[in-house]
Design a protein around this ligand. Structure first.
Ligand code: PEP
Ligand code: MN
Length: 348
């Protein structure tokens, strides 16, 4: 932590700051510049917070230079992590060397629709299947998902296609049931700050896909990841899915800068969801290209065999030519930025 003194701060004000810091067991290192004096603090940051340093006379600003999150921070874990998803012997990596393409329907609607969507996803090159059995809908009157029946459908489709399954859990009480069938548990944007749910998925033993809250700062998002990590699981993949801004042309604004910012501060992999960011199928391919160029570790995309009749998010679901264009982008572009497609790890 660094305290910046005002240009006209007096010696007495500087001494007052150092005495306050020392009174809670910290050390204060005063360095005097030409224009102003800064004081470097070493010690327990939490105890410095209690001093309310910003309010002391002569203090202009206080900067925190140590990350508030610890387990997910790169400060003590400089190597970027790879998270493996899937049953032993057929795991798919999400990490810095590969590019992981995840696709599937927004919602599991029926066995046939899910199988068709999974086959489309697989043919396009996806190695993980997404699909919601429990849907967090803005309206309580909208389709809420098939629940436990949807989980069974996903497990059957995994059996047929070999694609490990990523699916959302919206309630901490459902974690055991979802973790029993799924290969990765998704926490959606609306639940990013549901701390009980974060703790429950952290204890589930399954990897977690943590979406950014639509109004969350990057720091809040990483603190949410810290809740999961604190419960024992560092198998966390972050997902940028767009944030709310004043711009109405897209459902959300994809914060592409979040990808390199997060990779600079956290060792966790970060992927992009262009479908939920844009809410429009025509933007999914350009935003996926942008994600690859920005260094994302993967994308997660909605596909549907019949978007017109989809029960959830049809306007953003890819099909036909759009899906072919995406397949081409995720095949051709990652090698240009030094990544290989994430394939299933062969049994050793
Ligand atoms: C989803 O992926 O199905 C979903 C609901 O996404 P988000 O939480 O990003 O809106
Ligand atoms: Mn959706």
């Amino acid at each position: 932590m660094v305290v910046v003194m005002a240009p006209d701060a007096t010696e007495e004000e500087i001494r007052h700051v150092t005495e306050r810091v020392e009174s809670v067991g910290g050390q204060a290192f005063v360095s005097r510049g030409l224009e102003r004096t800064i004081i470097g603090l070493v010690g327990d940051i939490e105890s410095f917070h209690g001093l309310n340093l910003r309010s002391l006379p002569g203090v202009a600003d206080v900067h925190r230079i140590s990350d508030p999150f610890k387990l997910v921070s790169r400060q003590h874990h400089p190597e970027r992590s790879t998270v493996w998803v899937g049953p032993a012997g057929s795991q798919v990596p999400v990490g810095p060397e590969t590019f992981t393409f995840i696709a599937g329907p927004c919602a599991v609607e029926s066995a046939q629709q899910t199988l068709e969507a999974a086959e489309m996803a697989k043919a396009a090159g996806a190695t993980l299947l997404r699909g919601g059995a429990f849907k967090p809908r803005t309206s309580p009157y909208a389709f809420q998902g098939l629940g436990a029946k949807g989980l069974e459908i996903l497990a059957d489709v995994r059996e047929v296609t070999g694609l490990p399954v990523v699916t959302e859990v919206v309630d901490a009480r459902d974690v055991p049931a979802v973790a029993g069938l799924a290969d990765m548990l998704q926490v959606g944007t609306r639940n990013m700050a549901n701390f009980g749910l974060l703790q429950a998925v952290g204890e589930s033993g399954k990897p977690v896909l943590l979406k950014r809250g639509m109004t969350a700062t990057i720091e809040e998002w990483l603190m949410a990841a810290e809740y999961v990590a604190q419960r024992g699981s560092l198998d966390i993949v972050l997902c940028e899915r767009g944030i709310r801004t004043f711009e109405p042309s897209t459902r959300n604004t994809l914060d592409i800068s979040a990808v390199p910012v997060v990779q600079g501060t956290s060792h966790l992999p970060v992927i992009v969801d262009p479908s939920h960011a844009a809410g429009r199928k025509d933007l999914v391919v350009p935003l996926s290209r942008a994600a690859i160029a920005a260094g994302a570790d993967g994308v997660i995309v909605d596909v549907h065999p019949d978007p017109e009749h989809a029960l959830c998010d049809g306007p953003q679901a890819l099909f036909g030519n759009d899906l072919r264009a995406l397949a081409q982008a995720v095949r051709q572009l990652p090698p240009l930025v030094g990544r290989r497609p994430a394939a299933v790890r062969a049994p050793s």
